[in-house]
Design a protein around this ligand. Structure first.
Ligand code: SF4
Length: 161
């Protein structure tokens, strides 16, 4: 369920309705509506932004490939504002480790994600503090701690182990 203005408050009923009807392997899931990197017209937030200072997980966890072969920065870059290249010309591994991707990752790690316009106020990963969610205070402390103790290892920058 995408929680937005019109259905705010319905999640508990929705969840209990479906919990009784799903298989063990299924999951009833909710998330708050997000702004697609501030590209969603008429967007109205229903949750406080809670991780504006954190690097975005998208840059280390997913690679989107359009049906044209073009690869955008992330799942929110549906207009291909930040193209990484094309799988018609380069391998997926190459695009994942590309200079453009690395530059954007470093901006996020160094607290400069506001230099990328779609990332500046993006709230794709915002969630209110509900069940099964990591504490934002804990997450923030991990990032700040890392910055204070000598920066970020190369393996963390490119997402490869
Ligand atoms: S913060 Fe940037 S990289 Fe992350 S989902 Fe939003 S637009 Fe994409």
């Amino acid at each position: 369920m995408i929680i937005q203005e019109k259905n705010a408050g319905e999640w508990p009923d929705y969840k209990s309705f479906w919990k009784k009807r799903i298989k063990q392997t299924d999951r009833v899931y909710s998330r708050t509506i997000f702004n697609w990197g501030e590209q969603l017209k008429g967007f109205q937030a229903v949750a406080e932004s809670c991780e504006m200072n954190l690097p975005c997980v998208a840059l280390w966890s997913l690679l989107v490939i359009f049906n044209t072969g073009d690869v955008p920065l992330c799942n929110a870059d549906f207009n291909l504002k930040y193209p990484l290249g094309s799988v018609k010309e380069r391998s997926i591994a190459d695009l994942w480790r590309s200079e453009s991707m690395m530059k954007q990752r470093i901006k996020h790690l160094e607290g400069r994600k506001g230099n990328i316009d779609i990332c500046m106020n993006c709230n794709v990963w915002d969630e209110p503090g509900v069940e099964d969610k990591i504490s934002i205070k804990y997450a923030e402390s991990q990032v700040v701690g890392k910055r204070k103790t000598g920066g970020v290892k190369e393996t963390e920058k490119d997402g490869m182990v």
